[in-house]
Design a protein around this ligand. Structure first.
Ligand code: SF4
Length: 323
């Protein structure tokens, strides 16, 4: 928790990735947010793709989708501000319905969440009768409600195998399904959804990186195309990538994922050289210190979920968390 810390003293934490002049521009918002959190009894949950001034400056709880979902359940504060995208805020509201959940920008969406609707799932159930539906947490509450169980990139294989059936509809990320399919005997029927950030990486990028940076360790997110994951040295969710860097301490590494991830991990590893490229998620980047401050000042934008949808969606998420 950052409550007792001033914005000025926080700078030491982020000095490797934020120039001093830039931090001076953030300081007023950081001070105001730390104060507002105290006054409103609020906590900020930030995804690994949030910028370092948010991730290291004002967040109380950080992590990937799975970690944020688990932690959201345990929050005792009155208000949760979700520094991430809309489906994450919905998941927090599902798991802790008594709290006020705010998202600083309602337009912070996700190409995966937008790729599928409950009506699509109804059609798939007709086409594949009796086949269970596993949906990635990167979906709307309405889509979660139409599914049997959720998964994240960190537990997808475990969830699929927990069902004890030979065939599963795994939606909506085609590449995640194909990457998991290589690790399991369960037949996975995929949808055509893609993450607009991870689909941009290519196997050629990896070849060029290996030529230009000899000895580099390449870590790829499982939302990347299967040939990219195959060409990488290791693949895992953002939490698993971060653990890999802490454990293995590669001299030089590239994280094929959203840009802020490298900045946030680099803060803890001055001995590791982090190489770009990376790709920005325009939805994650809608969240700023400025709109977090406004969210707390003006209590906006409050996330609400239709109660009927919430019951079914919560069941799908809780089934996942019980595994
Ligand atoms: S990085 Fe990809 S999966 Fe994550 S919010 Fe952005 S578009 Fe969605």
């Amino acid at each position: 928790m950052n409550e007792q810390i001033s914005a000025a003293s926080l700078y030491d934490r982020v000095s490797r990735v934020i120039p001093k002049a830039e931090w001076m521009g953030f300081q007023d918002d950081v001070e105001a947010i730390l104060d507002l959190k105290r006054k409103r009894n609020a906590v900020i949950l930030a995804h690994n793709y949030q910028t370092p001034e948010i991730f290291h400056g004002v967040a109380d709880i950080v992590g990937d989708s799975l970690a944020l979902a688990r932690k959201a359940m345990e929050v005792e504060a009155d208000v949760i501000v979700l520094a991430g995208v809309h489906f994450m805020a919905e998941t927090a509201k599902l798991l802790n319905p008594g709290k006020t959940v705010l998202i600083p920008d309602m337009a912070a969406g996700c190409s995966l969440a937008d790729s599928i609707t409950p009506e699509d799932i109804a059609l798939l159930r007709k086409a594949y009768p009796g086949v269970p539906v596993v949906t990635y947490v990167n979906t709307s509450a309405a889509v979660k409600a139409a599914s049997d169980i959720c998964c994240t990139s960190g537990n997808a294989r475990q969830v699929v195998e927990s069902l004890g059936v030979p065939r599963v509809l795994m939606l909506p990320d085609e590449y995640l399904a194909k990457n998991v399919a290589r690790e399991t005997n369960v037949e996975l029927i995929a949808w055509r959804g893609h993450c607009e950030v991870h689909e941009l990486f290519t196997a050629d990028d990896i070849r060029e990186l290996r030529e230009s940076h000899p000895g580099i360790t390449v870590l790829a997110h499982p939302e990347c195309p299967p040939d990219v994951v195959e060409a990488a040295d290791f693949s895992g969710s953002t939490a698993v990538m971060s653990d890999y860097v802490s454990r293995e301490r590669p001299a030089r590494v590239v994280l094929l994922t959203e840009c802020s991830m490298s900045d946030n991990v680099a803060v803890h590893h001055p001995d590791v050289e982090f190489i770009r490229p990376c790709n920005l998620c325009p939805h994650m980047k809608r969240i700023t210190l400025g709109n977090i401050r406004t969210a707390l000042e003006e209590n906006r934008h409050e996330v609400t979920i239709d109660p009927t949808i919430a019951v079914a969606a919560r069941r799908a998420v809780e089934r996942m968390l019980a595994i």
